[in-house]
Write a protein that binds this ligand. Structure first.
Ligand code: SAH
Length: 372
């Protein structure tokens, strides 16, 4: 058999199938005079089955496989590392992108379902005081195929098992600063020829980008929305999330209410609980008053350490007390004890070390190359 690079144009010049939208994929098949069912087969290999080479596409003739391979690349995101938690079955993946950028994603199994947490940007512009992603700075938005690409190896672990699976945009970045990429990715995740997940199985979490909430609503996708509130007053929010808090808290709650009404699904209000910062009984009362009677759920997230030595996680009793104070006055309250604490995969802990320079591929040092 000929080496790959001799069987067609150099790999780099072949368009990559995974960067095409489903519409473009269909066009490609039809323009070659192939029947439409070939498009559906190809889409299934690319997404649901996550093929890594044309040779896996066993319902295609050898000739068709070779023909496709001559003209197209089947690039996947490179899994640079995978760490499995010893305590709760979660795994953190580090993906290396084509330009050297890197992002993290998390696989989280619980008794009843699996949650796949993905990133929408490398880094983040927001710099919230409690979150490590902001501290690494911002490099770039991810393209739709780089967002969906994170799901391919994670999906392989659940497909066919009948496990209820959710996708959450709660990894690195602010999804609503990348609405174009996130909406296109959601369309692929929802398409029966993509991963076929319903809109209620997908949650987009935002630090509070109101124009983004409105654009997401206009997309008509109807995915679930979560808003990282994290404070019960505008002043406290400005201290904790100075950039995100440029939008007034009440306007944000109003935009969330509109979203919930439009899609008839409650919006989750996330609230990272930090000891002595936002966990007093008064905070609970103000939070309840702010959200009173609204179409909301409250999700309390005990702070995961790492971003600041000054911040502490409240004790289990303090978290319970806060939840109980909230509960009779507020809509559904749940507590999220994040998975993956031993592999730094919990909420707010995703970041890529500065030693992995983005944009430029890491090249081996003379010593690594075997020089002196
Ligand atoms: N930028 C988006 C999505 C990423 S963060 C957003 O802000 O919603 C996902 C969730 O993790 C958010 O609710 C955020 O408030 C929370 N989070 C960030 N840092 C955290 C930390 N150190 N401990 C617990 N939760 C944290």
């Amino acid at each position: 058999m000929q080496p790959r690079s001799e069987s067609g144009p150099p790999i780099a010049t072949r368009p990559s199938l995974s960067t095409l939208s489903l519409g473009e994929l269909r066009e490609l098949i039809l323009s070659r005079g192939l029947p439409e069912y070939r498009y559906r087969q190809l889409a299934r290999w690319l997404y649901d089955k996550g093929a890594e080479s044309f040779d896996e596409m066993t319902d295609f003739s050898l000739e068709l496989r070779r023909e496709l391979e001559r003209e197209y690349a089947l690039e996947r995101l490179e899994v640079a590392s995978r760490r499995d938690s010893a305590v709760d079955g979660s795994s953190k993946y580090l993906f290396r992108l084509a330009d050297g950028a890197a992002v993290e994603s998390v696989f989280m199994p619980t008794e009843k379902r699996v949650t796949l947490c993905i990133s929408s940007q490398m880094g983040c512009t927001l710099d919230c005081v409690f979150c490590q992603t902001g501290q690494m700075g911002f490099y770039r938005n991810l393209e739709p195929h780089e967002i969906v690409g994170q799901l391919i190896p994670l999906w392989k672990r659940v497909r066919g098992t009948g496990t209820r699976t959710n996708v959450v945009f709660m990894g690195m970045g602010e999804p609503l600063h990348n609405v174009r990429g996130v909406v296109a990715a959601c369309r692929l995740i929802m398409d029966p020829l993509g991963l076929g997940l319903g809109p209620k199985r997908i949650t987009v979490s935002t630090a509070g980008v109101v124009p983004g909430i409105r654009r997401l609503a206009r997309s008509g996708l109807g995915v679930r929305l979560a808003v990282s509130l994290n404070a019960s007053t505008q002043e406290a929010r400005e201290r904790l999330m100075p950039r995100a808090a440029k939008t007034d808290l009440r306007e944000l709650v109003g935009a969330a209410r509109e979203y919930a009404r439009r899609f008839q699904s409650r919006v989750t209000m996330e609230y990272v609980l930090m000891q002595g910062v936002n966990d007093s009984p008064r905070d609970a009362d103000r939070l309840a008053a702010l959200l009173a009677g609204g179409p909301f759920k409250i999700n309390l997230i005990p702070y995961n350490p790492g971003a600041s030595p000054e911040l502490r996680r409240p004790s289990r009793e303090q978290v319970d007390r806060f939840a109980q104070r909230l509960f009779p006055q507020a809509p559904a309250v749940t507590v999220r004890w994040s998975l993956g604490p031993d592999i730094a995969a919990a909420c707010g802990q995703l970041h890529v070390e500065a030693a992995d320079p983005p944009r430029t591929r890491r090249t081996a040092s003379p010593r690594e190359r075997g020089g002196s």
